[in-house]
Design a protein around this ligand. Structure first.
Ligand code: IPE
Ligand code: IPE
Ligand code: MG
Length: 246
């Protein structure tokens, strides 16, 4: 029998959605939903480690999210700053390394400073990884990768003839990260919203109606259990991927 641990996804990526609706249902301002969403992040980071998920990516702010009302955008940036200040101790204590993907250079200066502080302080950890997708969009990621790749070609560092997915992948934000095995989206929406379009090529998808502020350790475990039930075939036949039974 396949050992149970083999079915724990190495990398889980979550589209954290539903903060606004959670607040609306309670007659609260949207920002209150985001505040509660930050508490969920702490719960889920801890739960992921307990389950044995080595890489956890959280979609926290998309390139498109800048178009929200200015008050909401600045509120989200404030919460991000607050989260980074508060979590440094927890991440260090649990030996979790922080990474970011996205155009972080366009974030407010104070947020960039906190990001640098936490990524630097946790840079030596190797076992657990928290990846925040910030000012992220899969389309801007491919554009940034294409630009960097073209510059490398122009500088004579690489040749188009030698391009493979593996060599091109080094120009993506995720160069140091494995592909997600499981992508979860909360709030009942069933779409990708410009998230890890290439890296998620063979990810299993789990959609849950639970709104992000209500999402808990049990919901994460349920998604992992669902993942374990799935047969990933990567284009092969079921017979080819089934472990030989005796
Ligand atoms: C997710 O919750 C958080 C971000 C996108 C930053 P939403 O704010 O999208 O919540 P809904 O979709 O309006 O309920
Ligand atoms: C996706 O959620 C982005 C994040 C979770 C950061 P959105 O709420 O922005 O996505 P759409 O607009 O419903 O597709
Ligand atoms: Mg939403």
């Amino acid at each position: 029998m396949t050992p149970v641990t083999a079915k724990i996804p190495q990398h889980v990526a979550i589209i954290m959605d539903g903060n606004g609706r959670w607040a609306k249902q309670r007659g609260l301002p949207r920002l209150e939903g985001h505040r509660r969403g930050v508490e969920t992040v702490r719960t889920v980071v801890d739960a992921a480690r307990e389950i044995g998920i080595r890489y956890l990516t959280l979609y926290a702010f998309s390139v498109e999210n800048w178009q929200r009302p200015p008050d909401e955008v600045s509120g989200l940036m404030g919460l991000l700053d607050f989260f980074l200040r508060r979590e440094l101790d927890n991440l260090t204590k649990n030996r979790v390394r922080l990474h970011t993907i996205g155009r972080t250079q366009e974030l407010p200066e104070n947020v960039q400073r906190e990001l640098r502080r936490v990524t630097d302080a946790t840079a030596s950890f190797t076992e657990w990884h928290l990846v925040l997708a910030l000012n992220y969009s899969a389309r801007t990621e491919i554009v940034d990768a294409a630009r960097a790749y073209a510059a490398a070609v122009a500088a004579g560092h690489t040749s188009p003839d030698a391009t493979t997915w593996d060599t091109f992948g080094r120009y993506l934000y995720t160069a140091d990260l494995p592909d997600p095995d499981l992508i979860i989206r909360t709030s009942g929406e069933q779409r990708i919203s410009n998230f890890l379009l290439l890296q998620g090529a063979y990810a299993e998808m789990v959609f849950t109606p639970v709104l992000w502020p209500d999402f808990g350790a049990g919901d994460l475990q349920a998604a992992v259990t669902e993942f374990a039930r799935r047969e990933r075939r990567f284009g092969l036949t079921s017979e080819q991927v089934k472990p030989a039974t005796s």
